[in-house]
Design a binder for this molecule. Structure first.
Ligand code: C2R
Length: 177
């Protein structure tokens, strides 16, 4: 079995529909991960143990998602040197999502949390893979292929809706110079 490199944690099971998107993209990019529920508020000892032990277990990046008063990513970052990517979740106790965003984003100097957009667990997974790809040439190639496939999808969609007179900046069509 491959060694787990990314730890995905979330404050509650109710965050799973959002946070599973990080797991899905890591699976797609063939990055081994683990996933669990850890709450700074409800299970503080568990949170500290998880964050303190992660590096020693071989984890390289932590993705932490939480909603409302989302202290999990910041508190995790406070006790580990590992990069922590925070996912603000719009949860049942969020007012409008800004509460989750700001409580993850507005960290004091010295304790950064790389914060992605609201509910953007997929981007957290991609960002974690990009960090790991700095020392993994094969993973770099998989990420580049992923980006290429995104480009292909956009160009296919553009071709479907374009009228003959529309913008010709499509790599599949010959552009007259
Ligand atoms: P419940 O659905 O379990 O009531 O949780 C969770 O991340 C979730 O989005 C509602 C919301 O509370 C959040 N929660 C936190 C923390 N623990 C749970 N923000 C934490 O430690 O930061």
């Amino acid at each position: 079995m491959n060694k787990v490199l990314v730890g995905i944690i979330m404050g509650s099971e109710s965050d799973l529909p959002v946070m599973k998107e990080a797991a899905e993209v890591l699976t797609q990019l063939k990055v081994p991960y683990e996933i669990s529920i850890v709450s700074a508020h409800r299970t503080p000892e568990r949170m500290f143990s998880y964050a303190k032990e992660a590096a020693g277990r071989g984890i390289k990046v932590i993705i932490a998602g939480a909603g409302g008063a989302a202290h999990l990513p910041g508190m995790t970052a406070s006790v580990t040197h590992l990069p922590v990517i925070g996912v603000p979740v719009k949860s049942s106790n969020s007012i409008d999502g800004w509460d989750s965003i700001l409580s993850i984003l507005q960290m004091p100097n010295g304790v950064p949390v790389a914060t992605v957009a609201l509910n953007a667990a997929k981007n957290a997974g991609i960002l974690a893979a990009q960090m790991l790809s700095l020392s993994d040439a094969q993973l770099q190639l998989r990420i580049l292929a992923y980006k290429e496939s995104m480009k292909e999808k956009v160009l296919e969609a553009a071709l479907k809706i374009e009228k003959p007179s529309a913008f010709k900046g499509n790599s599949r069509k010959k552009v007259k110079k």
